[in-house]
Design a protein around this ligand. Structure first.
Ligand SMILES: Cc1ncc(COP(=O)(O)O)c(C=O)c1O
Length: 292
């Protein structure tokens, strides 16, 4: 198979991306009636596979859809897709929509078969200047709905926020509501103050992040004190460190918020400890067998 032609998996078949077609009446296309996952791949091995499938299950459950495939079948499809596309470091995008109806109808037709789509992409290694300098973020009001704990493909407010940040030369939009930190437009946000790592509690307005959960676990192993508590905008602006956690990039240090330096304005020690622990963990896991 030619690795330059991306191969995708669509509802039961591996096929070239150019041949993958869905109905315009697919509810994912018409209503964003769909949920998704992005699973990192390191050294050709899916990373935190069980955690991503558990979150998929949670999202499906929240929108009243059953899990459409068994864990072993997901694993087989993902493994084969990663092999066919010769992905070493990259990601698998996995999307489950409620399926295509015969008319456009808001009310759910329970008899539809889900549309399942998976594709892979390679990811370039982290730019070393990010490690040296950190990234900029922009705060914006959270304009999303009340169930951001569901990983829905309905991402209009997220993409608008991300684009506003990009226009301001910031990598991420950090979303605030009522003077409190929620999360990034596509990331979880952690804060460090006086050697304590802070994370906001999970509420229906925040997506449970697989990378954040891993970072908090690694922080525990490093004997870093972790506090799960609401983080005010004031505390965020006066943090020693801010970090973004996402599956595709791991953990990134934010060194500028709304154009102002955070802490000393360079990546801080807690980020460095967590990043080293994450990198070591990732390398250790990448060379073990992929068991489901
Ligand atoms: C809104 C939002 N929050 C948090 C995350 C981080 O989740 P994960 O670490 O599982 O990628 C994402 C990832 O896409 C996201 O879109």
């Amino acid at each position: 198979m030619n690795a330059t032609v991306p191969i995708v998996w669509l509802s039961g078949r591996f096929l070239p991306l150019a041949d993958a077609a869905i109905s315009p009446l697919d509810r994912g296309f018409l209503f964003a009636d769909a949920v998704y996952e992005v699973i990192p791949v390191y050294a050709g091995r899916p990373f935190l596979f069980k955690e991503h499938l558990a979150r998929l299950d949670r999202s499906l459950n929240a929108i009243g859809m059953p899990m459409p495939m068994a864990t072993n079948d997901w694993a087989d499809v993902i493994r084969t897709l990663v092999d066919k596309n010769k992905i070493s470091d990259g990601m698998v995008y996995l999307h489950v929509s409620r399926g295509a109806d015969v008319i456009r109808n808001h009310a759910i037709n329970e008899r539809l078969s889900p549309t399942i789509f998976l594709m892979t992409s390679a990811l370039a290694p982290m730019d070393p200047t990010i490690q040296q300098q950190g990234v900029a973020a922009l705060t914006l009001p959270d304009q999303r709905w009340a169930r951001c704990d569901i990983k829905s493909t309905s991402l209009l407010p997220n993409i608008l926020a991300k684009s506003t940040a990009a226009r301001a030369q910031a990598l991420e939009a950090i979303l605030l509501d009522n003077g409190l930190l929620r999360e990034g437009s596509s990331s979880s946000v952690l804060m460090a103050k006086d050697n304590v790592l802070w994370a906001p509690p999970y509420t229906p307005e925040i997506l449970p992040g697989t990378t954040r959960d891993l970072m908090l676990r690694l922080a525990g192993e490093l004997n870093i004190t972790v506090t799960i508590a609401p983080i005010t905008e004031h505390a965020l602006r006066h943090a020693d460190e801010i970090m973004l956690c996402f599956a595709t990039r791991g953990v990134l240090p934010v060194t500028q918020l709304d154009g102002q330096p955070i802490g000393s304005g360079v990546p801080g020690p807690l980020w460095q400890h967590l990043y080293s622990a994450f990198d070591a963990y990732r390398q250790r896991i990448a060379h073990t067998a992929f068991n489901t």
